[in-house]
Design a protein around this ligand. Structure first.
Ligand SMILES: Cc1cc2nc3c(=O)[nH]c(=O)nc-3n(C[C@H](O)[C@H](O)[C@H](O)COP(=O)(O)O)c2cc1C
Length: 413
């Protein structure tokens, strides 16, 4: 057993995020659990997944990838905040609270990133009009510039979703502004060529995100902490840069965001950037249901730069944002060890957000804290993503598979 270095020990101390006191600085990242029932309700497996994360010692666990409206879904069976879902989300938050952790919910609108034909929609809503590379897989070939009235209506949908999250017992909402979803489509210069108040320089491109934060804050006041997940780098040509991200952070802080999770990558243009390591392409192709999907994975493979996995792969970019604001910031991306935790604390980040190491071992923080382990056994193979894609529920292939029955029973049933 080795004692924790002082900087790493700091990560186990409480912190205040807006109205919320977290028992330590660790947050389970919003990572699609693949655990929604066929009609987009939280399942028993979703509750079990987050209970395990809470029992493993994170301060807060994030239920992922929940749409703010039916039209905001990227997948037909995506979790979707609506009154019928409240009691099932409540079963999830009760499970998390029973283990002493807080519960957050990631809320998102897919914009043009959608794999479903949304009723009556031939061109998916986005910042600007153009070809829709992602939606092309399922027949939504175009994206179109949203009207200002639609922007305002969708900001209101986020506020309504936050109210429903509050009713379901969540302690925080994480507004997804990264990875290529609708708010990210506004932040990124290549997808936002608008000439109105929502387009132009980095400050103007962040206005839709800021409007959403303001509407959510107006709706929930100090009942929920307001977290935003945003990109510090997109990772493709004419994508958002760390300098842009520093401006975004300042705009979001002024709008009322209380914690920013600093991520990167774009689902269509540069998905590998989010993970710092390639996808298991052969496995993704095996599980693909359509010919076009198999072609798309081949394209992703060609575009992915090949090189060794680098721990803390957003560090240089995230430090640019750290220098630009004093507000609470969370480090994410390839935190694998006690040394990485110490580094993030030394760099001045307030929280640490983890996905794959916790999918691999929900108890890894207990082991780090006790000195039983100093590094995760996760090898960043991303086969957990293939499990999700295959409909098996998100899990590490080195652990026992998920019982498929638990994926289809609503959480409160
Ligand atoms: C299986 C899986 C599903 C994911 N789904 C989401 C998601 O729904 N929303 C999101 O913001 N990020 C998602 N991510 C990305 C993670 O939240 C995180 O940003 C990324 O894995 C880097 O963190 P890590 O190195 O600790 O894994 C997912 C990651 C994995 C492995």
């Amino acid at each position: 057993m080795t004692a924790l270095p002082a900087a790493a020990a700091k990560a186990f101390l409480p912190i205040q995020i807006g109205p919320l006191t977290l028992r330590n600085r660790f947050i389970k990242s919003g990572a699609n659990e693949g655990a929604a029932t066929a009609d987009g309700l939280p399942s028993k497996q979703l509750a079990a997944h987050h209970r395990a994360m809470a029992a493993g010692g994170v301060a807060m666990t994030t239920v992922a990838y929940t749409a703010v409206s039916a039209m905001g879904r990227s997948f037909a069976n995506q979790l979707w905040l609506r009154p019928e879902a409240t009691k099932h989300f409540r079963a999830v938050t009760d499970a998390v609270h029973s283990e002493g952790a807080a519960a957050s919910i990631q809320i998102t609108h897919g914009g043009s990133f959608t794999f479903m034909r949304r009723p009556g929609e031939f061109a998916a809503p986005s910042a600007s009009t153009g070809f829709n590379e992602g939606g092309a897989l399922t027949g939504t070939y175009l994206r179109r510039a949203m009207r200002v009235s639609e922007i305002e209506a969708i900001a209101q949908d986020f506020a309504q979703a936050a109210l429903e999250a509050r009713d379901a017992g969540f302690d925080a909402v994480e507004i997804h502004m990264g990875h290529g979803y609708l708010l990210s489509q506004f932040l990124t210069p290549s997808s936002n060529r608008r000439r109105d108040q929502y387009g132009g320089d980095a400050e103007r491109r962040a206005r839709f995100g800021a409007l959403v934060v303001e509407r959510v804050r107006d709706a929930v006041g100090d009942k929920l902490a307001i977290v935003c997940k945003m990109n510090v780098v997109d990772g493709h040509s004419r994508g958002l840069t760390a300098k842009d991200a520093a401006v975004t952070a300042q705009v979001l802080e002024r709008a009322g965001a209380q914690l920013l999770v600093l991520s990167g990558g774009r689902n269509v243009e540069a998905p590998w950037v989010t993970f710092g390591s390639p996808f298991p392409i052969a496995e993704m192709r095996k599980y693909a249901q359509r010919f076009l999907e198999r072609v798309a994975w081949r394209l992703v493979d060609w575009r992915t730069p090949k090189g060794p996995f680098k721990e803390m792969y957003f560090r240089d970019f995230s430090n640019v944002v750290r220098a630009a604001t004093k507000m609470p910031l969370a480090f994410i991306g390839g935190v694998k060890s006690v040394d990485n935790i110490a580094q993030a604390m030394d760099d001045g980040f307030d929280c640490i957000v983890l996905a794959r190491v916790l999918i691999h071992d929900p108890e890894i923080l207990l082991k780090f804290r006790s000195g039983a382990a100093t590094a995760s056994g996760c090898n960043s193979c991303n086969r957990c993503i293939a499990q999700l894609w295959a409909g098996h529920g998100t899990s590490c292939v080195f652990n026992a598979p998920i019982d498929p029955v638990t994926l289809q029973i609503p959480a409160a049933a």
